[in-house]
Design a protein around this ligand. Structure first.
Ligand code: EPS
Length: 388
């Protein structure tokens, strides 16, 4: 079998979005209702635009499964766009006034046109539906090994939750998050975020926010220190920064590591015999500033990744721009959009982070079949437990 990878195709207003996942082992039962539930979650959130009332995202498997179980071949998934109008000159007219913050200006120059429509169709965050499907599929494998991902919105302007996420409270927080319109499990911050988005809408403005993802149940040793492209922290950074509108990624303590002494930054190592049978192999830390990654490898603590999403670049009030044909000043064009899509972005983040973990997992334990993956996983854990 090859490396686990995925690619996507599709435009925001084309006929469909496609996710193609390769390198997935045989024998994994695919929980289609879980994948579809993730797509529904991605469509939700307070501050989303009218498009989400048109679409009802769900996957159709075009290949790779037999009776709901993977057979080792490439897995193609399709999500149909109901609002398909890319070829309609009236419903998708040329756009000559680029929106600051969007791909419009750089992309139209790159593809040598004054019409930003072509580039915005692909640059749109609608494509994240396909990434979410690929990530959710990978979680069907991770769950076989007790590995779970959990993301939520930590905060935005004037709203920053102090909640602590732990291996024992995250499922409770997940329930609270799923009851929140802004994907924030902390009631006080939830209320502030809703108010912030409500005000932004009235002011014809937009807001971004901070998303945080935790991954539980990884054994030590996923990823590698042997080269930069095998480091799991570098891959996670790339996956999160690759989400439309993300402008920063941090692991664990993140940029704050530069502002503290080593004795305060590094996580003291301990051993708890009663946890020897767990994936952490008994190695415990009194804190997790490393965000579960040392030397580009998992260390048995939860992975913690934070990403900052900028405000959506389509403002109802417009922004100073120019007409690409005349170079004269104009307000940027308004295209139907969201006031905030941070809740949706947290769903995307949860799934793309999970995909990178699944990729590293299969690099370490990969085989053609789930049975072989399981044998490799168990053999590794028992060899690691026997070390002395
Ligand atoms: C999105 C669908 C889009 C936008 C949004 C993401 O729908 P439409 O462009 O038809 O209104 O709401 O796209 C952007 C944020 C963007 O910058 O292009 C979706 O399904 O997530």
């Amino acid at each position: 079998m090859g490396n686990l990878s995925f690619s996507t195709a599709g435009e925001s207003h084309g006929p469909s979005l496609i996710a193609l996942v390769e390198g997935f082992p045989e024998g994994v039962t695919v929980d289609e209702s879980f994948i579809n539930a993730e797509l529904v979650r991605r469509q939700g959130g307070y501050g989303r635009g009218a498009r989400q009332r048109i679409e009802a995202d769900s996957v159709e498997f075009l290949s790779g499964l037999r009776r709901g179980v993977t057979i080792g071949s490439p897995i193609a998934m399709r999500i149909v766009n109901k609002d398909c109008r890319i070829d309609d000159p009236e419903k998708a007219p040329p756009l000559y006034r680029p929106r600051p913050g969007h791909a419009d200006l750089a992309g139209s120059i790159k593809w040598l046109t004054t019409d930003c429509r072509g580039v915005l169709e692909r640059a749109s965050a609608r494509e994240t539906a396909a990434r979410t499907a690929a990530g959710a599929l990978s979680r069907c494998l991770l769950r076989e090994f007790g590995i779970e991902a959990f993301a939520f919105v930590r905060g935005s302007i004037g709203a920053n939750s102090e909640i602590e996420v732990t291996p024992t409270n995250w499922r409770q927080l997940q329930v609270a998050r799923d009851g929140s319109e802004v994907a924030c499990p902390d009631a006080a911050t939830d209320a502030k975020l809703v108010e912030l988005i409500r005000t932004a809408k009235i002011q014809k403005d937009t807001v971004g926010g901070l998303c945080e993802t935790h991954v539980f149940g990884c054994p030590p040793g996923l990823g590698s220190c042997m080269s930069r492209d095998l480091r799991l922290d570098s891959r996670l950074a790339s996956a999160v920064m690759g989400i439309q509108a993300f402008k920063s990624v941090e692991i664990g303590l993140g940029r704050a590591v530069a502002m503290h002494m080593g004795s305060q930054v590094h996580d003291p190592i301990g051993f708890d015999e009663s946890r020897r049978q767990e994936p952490c192999l008994g190695y415990v830390r009194s804190r997790n500033n490393a965000g579960g990654l040392e030397g580009g490898m998992t260390n048995g603590m939860p992975i913690v990744v934070t990403g900052a999403m900028k405000p959506i670049s389509t403002l109802l009030q417009g922004m100073p721009s120019v007409d690409l044909r005349t170079h004269q000043p104009e307000q940027s064009t308004y295209e139907r959009s969201d006031v905030s899509a941070v809740a949706a972005a947290s769903v995307v983040m949860e799934n793309v982070v999970a995909f990178e973990v699944a990729r590293a997992f299969l690099e370490k334990f990969g085989g053609d079949t789930l049975r072989e993956v399981r044998m490799a996983y168990e053999a590794y854990l028992s060899a690691a437990r026997a070390l002395q």
